[in-house]
Structure formats: C-alpha cells, structure tokens
Design a protein around this ligand. Structure first.
Ligand code: SAM
Length: 260
C-alpha cells in the first residue's frame, strides 16, 4: 500500500494527474445541507486541510464562502490550484503547509476547519496516531473557541475514528453523521457505501487542556506504536491496514481498506 502520509507520494500523483480534479469521498452537493447548517455565515473564515485538487473549495467559494484558505503538504498540487484559481477566484488562498505544524496561523483565527479524507491519509502514513494527534491539536489551536468547528469527513467508522477526536488534549463537543446514497436497498449496501462526518466544536479553555495533557498523549501514543511495531515483527509503519488488523484482533472490528 502507498504511504499516503508521504508528500512525495502526493507530489508524484498530482504531477501525473495534472489538469484533473477529484473529490475524495463526497462532493459539495452531497455535503451542502450539513455544511450550510454548520456554517451559517458566508463570511466565515474557512480552513481546508489537505485540499488536494478537490473541487470542494471552489464550490464553496462559488456558493458565496469567499474567505477560504487551502493548505496541502504537496507543493505540486498547491501550484496547480493557484494557477487554476488566481484569476477566476482571486480571494482564494493556497499555501503549502503540513497540517500537523500550522505555526504560520495564529491561535483562534478560523471559524471552520474542513478535513475531507486527510485524516484517512494520515492514518495510512508513518507514526499515524501521533500525526493525527498533532493535527487535531493544531486544528483545535487555530479555530475559534466561541463556536469554532472542525468537520472531518472520513470513510472511517466511529469505532476506528472517534478516539482521534476525543484524546485527552482535546476539548471538543462531538457529533457524528452518516452519509449514504439514497438508493441503498440493504443494510449491507449502506454499510459498504457510507461515509462518516465528525463535527467537533471547540470549547472555551481548550488551549489550557491541550497544554496540560499533551505530553501524556505523546507518551501514550509512542508506547502504543512501539507495542504495535513489536507485534508486526519490528515494522513500525503505521498504515491503517496494520492498525486495522491489530484492532480486529483486539476488538473484532472490521475496517474497510483505503483503496480509492
Ligand atoms: C485523500 S486526499 C484528499 C484530498 C481532498 N481533501 C479531497 O477531499 O479530495 C489527502 C490529501 O491530504 C494531503 N496531505 C497528506 N498529508 C498531509 C499533511 N501532513 N498536511 C497537509 N496535507 C496533507 C495530500 O497531499 C492529499 O492532497
């Protein structure tokens, strides 16, 4: 399986697909009813994490949300998206940035952060759980405490994802939604085609909670990674297939593979 957390993988992929656009999991039309209710003000400052070449932020912009900042770890895709949008959508911002280290952004400066399958990508990379914890810590830091919201759209079911939004360094009030095509005729089809939306609303005092608990979270995740590496004969890569197997052995959970 490719290392979806590795910028080189994405640079190569975006170079090879120059000129094409692709929305992972869901597009704006299917997300619009929920996004409209979660983002009532069109002037909201929105951060798109791991934007890729998805039409999502262009669609948001064209629908009136024109205060959008897009980041991605791939310099290739950011260059492509800047070129594509500089004239048509002059207010749109694109920056090369790692979502686990967003020091260029101040605390409490975004109303909304949207992550569409970027958490899934990080979970298929090295040190997966720690990287996701770093990302959520940074997201919590940059969104506003009075109603700032982090929206993660993922193929991962709550059994495998909710834990990442409930770590002790986070002070979110969480809600979950499921999206599946209206024409699903059986529970099996629903199960196969569902995507999950995790809505995390930042609480006042979150920064203090992060400062107090961060070291403990890092220590715990390092220990878990070491234990998982030992379980897999010294291979320390944290891809979800292995994490999934590990969870399956421990908890009987089935994880869908990351095959798109
Ligand atoms: C599965 S794609 C999703 C792309 C887009 N969000 C969508 O919905 O179509 C994951 C994206 O995350 C980006 N990415 C991976 N690791 C990242 C990181 N640490 N920081 C920022 N972006 C990252 C990749 O370059 C890729 O564009």
């Amino acid at each position: 399986m490719p290392n979806y957390g590795d910028p080189k993988y994405w640079d190569k992929r975006y170079s090879e697909n120059e000129g094409s656009m692709f929305d992972w999991l869901e597009d704006y039309q299917s997300l619009k009813p929920l996004l409209s209710s979660l983002i009532p003000s069109k002037s909201s400052r929105i951060l798109i994490l791991g934007c890729g070449n998805a039409p999502l932020s262009e669609d948001l912009y064209d629908d009136g949300y024109q205060n959008v900042v897009n980041i991605d770890i791939s310099s290739v895709v950011i260059k492509q998206m800047r070129e594509r949008n500089s004239e048509k959508r002059p207010g749109m911002v694109y920056e090369v940035m790692d979502c686990t280290e967003m020091g260029a952004f101040g605390d409490d400066t975004f109303d909304v952060a949207i992550d569409k399958s970027t958490v899934d990508a990080l979970l298929c990379g090295d040190n997966a759980y720690l990287m996701v914890a770093k990302m959520t810590r940074e997201i919590q830091r940059v969104i506003k405490p009075d109603g700032g919201v982090y929206i993660a759209i993922s193929y991962g079911k709550p059994e495998s994802r909710a834990i990442h939004f409930e770590r002790p360094h986070l002070s979110f009030v969480n809600k979950q939604f499921i999206l599946y095509p209206a024409d699903c005729t059986s529970e099996e089809q629903k199960e196969e085609k569902s995507h999950y939306i995790y809505v995390c609303r930042k609480q006042p005092g979150a920064q203090a909670v992060a400062a107090e608990n961060w070291d403990r979270v890092v220590e715990q995740l390092k220990q878990e990674a070491e234990a998982a590496a030992a379980e897999y004969d010294g291979d320390s890569s944290g891809d979800e297939e292995k994490v999934g197997k590990s969870n399956k052995q421990k908890k009987g959970i089935h994880l869908r593979s990351y095959s798109q």
